[in-house]
Design a binder for this molecule. Structure first.
Ligand SMILES: NC(=O)C1=CN([C@@H]2O[C@H](COP(=O)(O)OP(=O)(O)OC[C@H]3O[C@@H](n4cnc5c(N)ncnc54)[C@H](O)[C@@H]3O)[C@@H](O)[C@H]2O)[C@H](O)CC1
Ligand SMILES: [K+]
Length: 502
């Protein structure tokens, strides 16, 4: 799904209005109705609701919503902050309609006025500011937001938590609403996909308000999310006439004293991701444990106690790094391999640390190599960025510079392609933030490459499946109990969901 900037969303609204021959107030009504149906599904009409409105169109949505809720029997009230000289035309229109219906349920707050005490059972709707915000909140609106944040009431943000920019991240001290839920119209705002914004958005729900498909299709963006529809479109059903030679050869390289588990996890994940043949190339000391853990995989001795040589089996796709350690012999072997490599390749963990210590290696990487750094490994490779969104920008610059795919791991892992396109993943949970989870991802990605997926498709689909396996595992056992070793066991269910089988 495409992610648009605040400006593009405004254009999309205007385009839709023109295309459908409706008024902007009609579109606002649609938006407010979408919010009302979401609320109806989640809260009974005995719930007291306080809608806090601004004077722009976000406030207009809030005023329309208050009217609709009143008509549905909710005890709803609106307070409007007089923060500007005038209302937007559609907000003014909706203030009039609400006034006609229930004048006593509207309260206008003058600058410097705050809400008096608020009973805890009141559901607060934040319709102060939306995507029209053009600078951080200051003075009264800022302190009003801080005051709302100090309350223990549930807060639901309309379109965006007030004060949160759509296309950048706020300063750490900025006044931004902290909502439990954000009902975002049609699209994710890019900021929602970054951890700094998660404390503000709470759970994000996208509400379809029927914006123009033509505008959406025709409008270019470099930012996307990978959800179920994208993943299903990427998935290539297995050829029923295939044999083990049809599904590719995977060779996972890594392991060292005390870290054989890492390469065993990658191996297991590759086995569970459809690869025809899987080899584990690890130090000899790992032979027994690796063969016992994954009897379906073949063992290749890549050195005595550490990886000393990396040699690809015929036509194998390599995934290098999990548990590999950073011994000088290993670094030299990696450099030799990369100089000669020309096929698809995945580099993870210690392979990335070795590359970071010898940055010239970046220039030698075969085109479209997938690297899978977590934020600290990324920093060692490409330097520091002030926030996670600027880190993605740095990833985009380097993916284009080196012609590689960068899988920047995090809550919404960003898959950054050599074209500069960035795909935020939408599956996964905090239960997966434990050791070994990344090793599993390396196995999945390598197996998809071996089956003929392009690096861009393997990276997006693999990251999605990895997160989905984690979500399914967490649904079964809870996030705390989730361990990386559970993930391969849920890959089957994750794959099945792609063909609508679950
Ligand atoms: N498809 C859609 O997404 C739809 C969105 N709608 C809603 O419209 C808002 C955007 O409305 P807009 O009028 O452009 O802006 P806001 O209401 O977000 O706020 C503008 C308002 O606030 C003033 N202002 C801006 N920045 C600041 C600031 N830092 N401090 C104080 N005041 C500020 C500005 O001057 C205006 O008065 C979108 O989010 C949706 O909620 C439509 O309803 C329908 C479709
Ligand atoms: K809002």
């Amino acid at each position: 799904m495409k992610i648009f900037t605040a400006r593009q969303i405004r254009e999309c609204d205007a385009f839709t209005i023109q295309e459908e021959g409706i008024t902007s107030a009609d579109l606002m009504e649609r938006a407010a109705n979408a919010c009302a149906s979401w609320l109806q599904q989640h809260y009974s009409n005995h719930t007291p609701v306080l809608v806090v409105c601004g004077m722009g169109n976000n406030g207009g949505d809030g005023l329309a919503l208050t009217r609709i809720l009143l008509q549905q029997g909710y005890p709803a009230r609106a307070v409007v902050l007089r923060h500007a000289a005038q209302f937007s035309p559609d907000a003014a229109h909706n203030l009039t309609l609400l006034h006609q219906l229930m004048p006593e349920n509207i309260r206008i707050l003058e600058p410097g006025q705050y809400l008096s005490t608020l009973s805890e059972d009141i559901l607060v709707i934040d319709a102060l500011f939306g995507t029209g915000l053009n600078r951080p909140l200051e003075d009264w609106p800022a302190s009003f937001v801080q005051e709302l944040n100090a309350l223990s009431n549930t807060v639901i943000a309309i379109d965006t938590p007030s004060g949160l920019p759509a296309d950048s991240l706020p300063e750490p001290e900025a006044a931004v609403i902290r909502a439990q839920y954000t009902l975002s119209f049609q699209f994710y705002k890019r900021s929602f996909l970054h951890p700094e914004a998660a404390v503000h958005t709470g759970a994000v729900h996208l509400l379809d308000i029927g914006l123009s498909t033509q505008y959406i299709t025709a409008t270019h963006t470099q930012y996307y999310t990978t959800g179920a529809a994208t993943a299903a479109a990427l998935y290539k059903p297995r050829n029923p006439f295939g044999h083990k030679g049809s599904f590719g050869k995977v060779q996972l390289v890594g392991g060292s004293y005390g870290k054989m588990g890492a390469i065993a996890l990658s191996t297991r994940a590759a086995l569970r991701s459809g690869a025809g043949l899987v080899f584990t190339a690890a130090p000899e000391t790992g032979n027994t444990i690796l063969q016992v853990l994954n009897p379906e995989a073949m063992f290749i001795a890549a050195g005595k106690e550490v990886v000393e040589k990396i040699k690809a089996e015929d036509k194998a796709v390599l995934g290098i790094g999990p548990g590999m350690g950073q011994a000088p012999e290993t670094g030299a072997a990696l450099l030799r391999y990369i100089r000669s490599a020309n096929g698809s390749l995945v580099l993870d963990a210690d392979a990335l640390n070795l590359v970071a210590a010898e940055k010239d290696m970046l220039h030698l990487l075969p085109a479209h190599t997938i690297i899978t750094p977590h934020p600290r490994e990324f920093e060692r490779l490409f330097g520091k960025a002030p926030d996670s969104m600027l880190q993605v920008e740095l990833a985009r610059a380097n993916a284009m510079k080196y012609n590689i795919c960068i899988v920047l791991k995090g809550h919404h892992t960003a898959v950054v392609l050599p074209t500069g396109a960035c795909w935020y993943n939408t599956t996964g949970n905090a239960g997966m933030a434990t050791g070994g989870s990344g090793d599993v991802l390396t196995g999945i990605l390598t197996a998809l490459l071996a089956q003929g997926y392009t690096p861009a498709d393997a990276a997006r689909l693999g990251v999605y499946l990895h997160g989905l396996a984690g979500d399914l595992a967490a649904a079964a056992s809870g996030q705390e109990a989730l361990i990386a070793g559970d993930l391969p066991d849920w890959l089957g269910a994750a794959f099945r969901s792609l063909s609508g089988d679950l």
